[in-house]
Design a binder for this molecule. Structure first.
Ligand SMILES: [Zn+2]
Length: 85
């Protein structure tokens, strides 16, 4: 009885450790995403800071964020706005 009860908090603590590892990986992934932009021109650093909304896309040519309804096409699989198409 005592052994089975002590096993419950042990499994909980291991689960918590796994969640912490996931957070670290996400933080590292976010950092890796920002590093390439930081090495480019000042304009693109500013663009990278702007949070992208789920219903937005970033034009592959002018690097500006536009609403999905503004998507003109995807030549080469890259999303392009009407101004750049
Ligand atoms: Zn564009």
């Amino acid at each position: 009885m005592l052994l089975s009860q002590s096993a419950v908090p042990a499994s909980r603590s291991s689960a918590g450790t796994g969640a912490a590892r996931v957070d670290l990986q996400e933080a590292q992934a976010a950092g890796n995403l920002e590093l390439p932009g930081a090495e480019l021109s000042g304009e693109e650093v500013t663009v990278a800071v702007v949070p992208m909304q789920p219903d937005e896309f970033r034009c592959a040519r002018c690097f500006l964020a536009h609403h999905r309804s503004q998507l003109a096409g995807q030549p080469d699989g890259r999303e392009v706005c009407p101004d750049c198409s």
